[in-house]
Design a protein around this ligand. Structure first.
Ligand SMILES: [Fe+2]
Ligand SMILES: [Fe+2]
Length: 338
């Protein structure tokens, strides 16, 4: 006895249908297709395609090579001070904290394999940042190369956090770091490290762009909930001028049980270095802080399709979104009891 499979259509046609019946079925098929073209298009939300394959291609095409693309042979020892060299060590350890951050991202995004796959790129590039700074120290200031223990000290468990808020937090962190490294490149006087910080700042900007794509996807997939999370963290991150604390993921508390030693910065060999680096070394002043805030607001304006000239405008929008959410849940509760 012959077995028939659904994909073996031609043989089924040949054996079971007479030519007239085949003609009739083809006519019905054409009619159904014509109807589907005439039917009004319904605007149903569509799941957005995975971002990882395209991001991989894009980031691979601009990736720099540590040996070939860093001008190691232009090193000028006379232009590197002890003070400058010490900050490179702190930056190298801070970059190493991509390790616990990746562990957090993978744990909190178990339901999102696309984003988790992108983490492989982000983690690789951030560890490479740490490595290139350590390579610089290994070549020119070996006494300042971080020990494995110093690196391992920034690896600790972060408390679980809402993934959308964490995404926005890291988007803002990349923007901020892009600006910090641009200033660091200006402040340094030694040519090789100036070139390294420029490379790092460009990578951080690209990371911000990648996170932005995932934020856009989140709005397409979950709408209001994502907008509220992004507006909430955006208000916090764009209000840095009014706080004394540098608002970067590495400077925020992330594990209640380890408080107060639960920021990356608090676990560095010199926990006070960040404020000193920003205030008196790279001089990250109000002008630069404004650039960061403007970039955050500009990108959120594009994302939310509404202009936010100031952080107050964003905060107003955040309140509107929260009201809309409350109204929607009240309407939902009313329909349940009706
Ligand atoms: Fe980095
Ligand atoms: Fe980055």
């Amino acid at each position: 006895m012959t077995e028939w499979y659904f994909y073996d259509v031609k043989s089924i046609y040949g054996r079971y249908f007479q030519p007239k019946a085949v003609f009739l079925m083809r006519a019905i098929g054409l009619y159904v297709r014509a109807l589907s073209y005439l039917r009004p298009k319904i605007d149903t939300p569509r799941k957005v395609a995975m971002l990882y394959p395209e991001l991989f291609k894009q980031l691979e095409s601009v990736r720099w090579d540590m040996e070939r693309d860093i001008p190691w042979d232009t090193f000028d020892a006379a232009t590197l001070s002890d003070e400058q060299a010490a900050t490179i060590k702190m930056n190298a350890i801070t970059e190493w904290s991509a390790l616990p951050a990746t562990e957090m991202f993978l744990r909190d995004n178990r339901g999102d394999s696309d984003f988790s796959a992108f983490m492989s790129i982000w983690f690789f590039e951030e560890q490479k940042h740490s490595l290139v700074l350590m390579e610089y120290l290994r070549r020119f200031r070996p006494d300042l190369v971080p020990t494995e223990e110093e690196l391992h000290n920034v690896r600790f468990e972060f408390d679980p956090a809402p993934p959308l808020e964490t995404l926005m937090l890291h988007f803002c962190g990349e923007i901020r770091l892009n600006h910090w490294y641009r200033r660091a490149s200006d402040w340094h006087t030694e040519p090789v490290i100036k070139a390294i910080y420029t490379k790092l700042s460009q990578d951080e900007a690209r990371h911000g762009g990648a996170y932005l794509k995932y934020m856009k996807r989140a709005i397409q997939n979950v709408g209001l909930e994502a907008k509220i999370a992004f507006a909430k963290v955006g208000v916090l991150m764009a209000s840095a001028r009014r706080t004394t604390q540098a608002l970067h993921p590495t400077n925020l508390h992330v594990n209640k049980s380890l408080f107060p030693n639960d920021t990356i910065q608090s676990r560095l060999p010199d926990p006070e270095w960040l404020e000193r680096w920003l205030d008196t070394q790279i001089s990250f002043d109000a002008v630069w802080e404004t650039k960061v805030v403007e970039r955050i607001l500009h990108n959120l304006s594009l994302l939310m399709e509404r202009i936010f000239p100031t952080v107050q405008d964003l905060n107003k929008y955040r309140k509107e979104l929260t009201q809309a959410q409350l109204a929607a849940s009240a309407a939902g509760a009313a329909s349940m009891t009706a």
